[in-house]
Design a protein around this ligand. Structure first.
Ligand SMILES: [Zn+2]
Length: 188
């Protein structure tokens, strides 16, 4: 599936369910609207992060490991599982996916990751957020992309702290999104 298609689907979900604020806050609303039941179970994190599955009764479920201790990672896992659902991935049964998030091999795993990225950090919103923060930090003198080096690492610390909170993501996910949108470049 094309990245632009995945992004369009994520944007449709956003316009249906997320009026304002971070999409991670609307996870339960999205599940309810799509008749997906959500639950967390306690499992050894190394072997299980999350799964989207349908049982024989056709009821859809998202199950997440409650032991994921980083909230950003947990939100990303939830959004990833929603990706499998909204992208119409054919899952073969609930046990085949049990290890999925820890062994990203199948192309559908990359698609679900990209969906999660677009859902949690929509391009338009995050671009204007970075622009206005940068304007504030540099008092109007800096332009995009922002080159992060040891000298201005403090700027990154401010952006990171504010945006990971606003979007409910980990620093890893934020760095990935901002680099691929060419908003921030990490140098030495
Ligand atoms: Zn997956």
């Amino acid at each position: 599936m094309l990245r632009s298609n995945i992004e369009n689907i994520a944007n449709q979900v956003l316009s249906k369910y997320v009026a304002k604020g971070g999409a991670y806050k609307q996870f339960e609303k999205i599940c309810a609207g799509e008749s997906i039941t959500y639950k967390e179970i306690e499992a050894d994190e190394k072997h299980f992060c999350g799964v989207f599955t349908k049982y024989l009764d056709e009821q859809k479920h998202i199950i997440i490991n409650s032991k994921i201790d980083n909230e950003g990672r947990k939100n990303f896992t939830k959004a990833h599982e929603l990706g499998h659902y909204f992208l119409g991935h054919q899952l073969k049964g609930h046990d085949v996916n049990i290890n999925e998030e820890c062994a990203n091999k199948d192309p559908i795993e990359y698609e679900a990751d990209y969906f999660a990225t677009c859902l949690l950090m929509p391009e338009e919103k995050i671009t204007s957020a970075v622009k206005s923060m940068l304007y504030r930090i540099s008092k109007g003198s800096s332009s995009l992309p922002l080159y992060i080096t040891n000298r201005n690492y403090k700027s990154w610390a401010i952006i990171n702290s504010e945006l990971t909170k606003r979007y409910g993501v980990s620093e890893t996910a934020l760095r990935y999104r901002l680099s691929s949108l060419n908003l921030v470049i990490f140098g030495n």
